[in-house]
Design a binder for this molecule. Structure first.
Ligand code: C2E
Ligand code: CA
Ligand code: CA
Ligand code: CA
Length: 276
């Protein structure tokens, strides 16, 4: 065995697989990067389809290496999630985002909402509500300028717990979005109890629109509107997709067609240039 139990403790032998070694070293580096304030956040605009106005941005974390290369979140978020490091990462992210909201306010770009991604471990963590409340207080941010995104798969985990947690978030005044929507099997009755502000149609269904397959997007838009929930399409890359979404009555869109995720300074310039 390359790895096993001895005296009830996990031990690592010199012959431990290189995959496990890499994992450990990556975790170690990630912990240092979080503590050393080395992670960075990119922001991607969300556009109102009728007016073309930017109504919000989504915060997406990146890990810059010394050579300037950026590690995408898919390559370290799952590991952070498994190890519990995601809690520290989430605290850092929330502080960074709230500081940025305060900066935008000072630059006359107040009122821009920021959506943050909250993973399963973070969503279930007891400290979540206090953490949010404290960050909002620290930077004097109105709660409606923060939106918490949870994926549909997280939302379907333990219905009663999820409903209770979303109620807490709503009482705090932050908004709630259901991310990657359409991949799970949420029922109409359950969605009604969730009281989300926004459904985000998963990118896969927007991609399918290229082949003429619009039924899932259409279903999510109608479902959302029946329940008074706004619907945003993710991963919009082509004008034809935006046109179809507009004709289906979709409220908002996000994707490379409008802007790629970018550092706050670039986004600020872009917002000023486009007169937002
Ligand atoms: P997500 O929440 O579904 O984020 C949307 C992803 O789609 C982002 O990838 C974004 O860059 C990408 N995207 C946006 N527009 C387009 C488009 O038009 N075409 C294509 N092909 N892609 C587009 P990214 O930034 O690599 O993030 C990947 C995932 O990592 C996110 O998926 C989210 O689940 C997770 N993530 C990112 N930041 C955080 C964070 O701070 N905390 C947590 N817990 N998870 C995060
Ligand atoms: Ca998201
Ligand atoms: Ca998504
Ligand atoms: Ca995703």
């Amino acid at each position: 065995a390359k790895q096993g139990m001895r005296g009830g403790l996990l031990w690592f032998s010199p012959s431990m697989s290189s995959a496990s070694r890499q994992r450990l070293s990556l975790l170690n580096d990630l912990e240092l990067a979080i503590g050393g304030n080395q992670l960075t956040v990119h922001y991607q605009p969300q556009i109102e389809l009728q007016t073309g106005q930017v109504i919000a941005v989504e915060a997406l974390v990146r890990w810059p290496l010394p050579d300037g290369q950026l590690i995408p979140p898919d390559q370290f978020i799952p590991l952070a999630e498994q190890s519990g490091l995601i809690i520290e990462l989430g605290e850092w992210l929330l502080d960074t985002v709230c500081k940025q909201i305060a900066t935008w306010r000072d630059q006359g770009l107040g009122g821009l909402r920021v959506a943050i991604n909250v993973s399963m471990v973070q969503f279930n963590h007891d400290g979540l509500i206090d953490l949010l409340a404290e960050a909002l207080r620290r930077y004097l941010i109105p709660p409606e300028l923060i939106e918490v995104e949870i994926t549909e798969s997280v939302a379907m985990r333990k219905p009663e717990d999820v409903i209770a947690r979303i109620d807490q978030l709503k009482r705090l005044g932050v908004q709630v979005a259901i991310d990657d929507f359409g991949t799970g099997f949420s029922s109409l009755a359950y969605l009604q109890r969730l009281k989300a502000d926004r459904l985000k149609i998963d990118r896969a269904f927007i991609r399918d629109m290229g082949t003429g397959e619009t039924s899932i997007a259409e279903m999510v838009i109608n479902l959302g509107h029946k329940l008074g929930i706004r619907v945003l399409a993710e991963g919009v890359e082509f004008p034809a997709q935006a046109a179809i979404l507009r004709s289906l009555g979709c409220d908002e869109a996000q994707g490379y067609l409008y802007a790629k995720p970018a550092p706050a300074e670039l986004l600020t310039l872009w917002l000023q240039e486009t007169g937002q």
